[in-house]
Design a protein around this ligand. Structure first.
Ligand SMILES: [Zn+2]
Length: 452
């Protein structure tokens, strides 16, 4: 059995939206109440725990927070377990001290445990079934919001796409004005391999170094440059324009003005919705792109070397921060790591202080005065001229293979690249050959030979 997450957009009507927002609120309230109680218990010398605090909350909720009974009890209950986990992470020193949750515009989530989840093919629950292997007969699938007296069946944008044996739980969340449900499904191994790409055994021997480029999104050490998706650029331009316009609409510009009660104009509100949507679209395009790239990488190569970049430090560098791949580099690394685990791929995180860009991949000379403007790496010692990012990716590959500087890398023949290239093309990911470098020369002559 393998458990996977499956996220689907919800299409709630207005009443259902109200319910969802109430549930988000209750979940947040319980968390914050629990955190305050935790602090109080700790200071008075008691030993706080999520379970204990949940008991305290349940004892007073009917009187103090009667509205919590309007939504599912899971919304509150889970918050105390979340709090427990947050403190566990804090004690393990993997995250900071838990903070109070703020009511931020359009954000929130709540949890549904398995026995609260009911699915139906109709919007009134007839022919409903619970945790069974579904059949795609009806046009839509609906999920029931517990405790909603009438009209509690929310339309989902699509059917659950897997033949699952069990729904473990689900989380309903909101971001950018949209609502989502994320199921945790148990599926059989066969179903997993039916629905997911997995590596051929011959891929085990393929090794690749992946460098985050500035012009291209990623550069692979076998000479493929992966371009950023085009819609991203257009949408980023749109975001820039919208935020410029938004700043000119009437709204409180300082904290003092906000405290004085300066309101937001209708035009400001309308435009900010548009901006949120555009931002959401960019995030979606980026996520989609990263998922496709990381899936191809982890199924086509057996060993991957990536830079273990300090993402926080990098965003301080303005030029780099603007590069799209960089700002989602942390996410890319996360995806590669978890997909590598399921595919049995080895990932080497090269130390962030290893000078992959500055070192000449041919002779090992270190160029200290390399700037971001230098698109081409030209080595003064041995005369090698390569694309800057391509040079870096070769150095990363070198870390993987214990490559001796000064010897040639095993050149990949063009035939080797057909498989990943066709997968990239199939997924509409633009790739190009790296423009300079010795490998390029050989492949150009090869291409010419084919044309002749
Ligand atoms: Zn050199």
């Amino acid at each position: 059995m393998i458990s996977i997450a499956h996220k689907i957009e919800l299409k709630p009507n207005n009443k259902q939206k109200t319910y969802l927002c109430k549930a988000f609120g209750c979940s947040r309230l319980a968390y914050n109440w629990g955190l305050a109680e935790w602090k109080r218990m700790y200071e008075s010398g008691e030993k706080p725990s999520g379970r204990e605090i949940r008991k305290h909350f349940n004892a007073i909720k009917k009187e103090q927070f009667p509205f919590t009974s309007e939504v599912t009890k899971c919304a509150c209950d889970q918050s105390f377990l979340d709090l427990d986990n947050a403190f566990k992470r804090f004690f393990k020193k993997t995250s900071a001290y838990p903070q109070f949750k703020k009511k931020k515009g359009g954000k929130g989530s709540f949890y549904l445990q398995t026995d609260c989840i009911a699915l139906s093919e109709t919007n009134n629950g007839s022919k409903s079934f619970k945790n069974l292997i579904h059949n795609i007969d009806g046009k839509h699938q609906y999920i029931r919001l517990p405790n909603m007296k009438r009209g509690g069946w929310v339309k989902m944008c699509e059917h659950i796409r897997f033949n699952y044996t069990k729904i473990n739980n689900a989380v309903i969340s909101q971001s950018d004005g949209k609502f989502y449900i994320s199921f945790s499904l148990e599926i059989t191994e066969d179903e997993y391999y039916r629905t997911h790409h997995h590596a051929d055994s011959e891929n085990k021997n393929r090794k690749v170094g992946v460098d985050v480029g500035i012009k291209s999104a990623f550069i692979l050490s076998d000479g493929i440059a992966i371009d950023n998706p085009k819609p991203l650029k257009n949408n980023l331009r749109k975001i820039k324009r919208l935020s410029r316009q938004l700043s000119k609409r009437f709204h409180p510009k300082t904290k003092e003005e906000r405290l004085k009660g300066v309101g937001k104009s209708n035009n400001y509100i309308k435009l900010s919705v548009q901006l949120a949507k555009a931002n959401g679209r960019v995030a979606n395009i980026r996520r989609d792109f990263l998922h496709k790239v990381t899936t191809i990488l982890t199924t086509h190569y057996g060993e991957i070397a990536i830079e273990d970049l300090n993402v926080k430090g990098m965003t301080k560098n303005h030029r780099l921060a603007q590069s799209i791949a960089d700002s989602s580099f942390g996410e890319m690394r996360r995806q590669i790591e978890y997909k590598a685990k399921t595919n049995g791929v080895k990932v080497l995180k090269v130390d962030q202080y290893y000078p992959s860009s500055k070192t000449c991949s041919v002779c090992g000379e270190k160029k200290e005065n390399l700037t971001l403007h230098d698109r081409i790496y030209h080595c003064k010692k041995c005369g090698a001229t390569l694309d800057r990012d391509y040079n870096a990716s070769l150095n990363l590959l070198g870390q993987l293979t214990n490559h001796k500087i000064g010897t040639d890398y095993p050149e990949s023949t063009p035939a080797d690249l057909t498989a990943p290239r066709s997968r990239f093309t199939l997924n509409r990911i633009a790739t190009s050959k790296v423009e300079t470098g010795k490998q390029h020369k050989s492949s150009v002559s090869h291409v010419n030979a084919m044309i002749l």
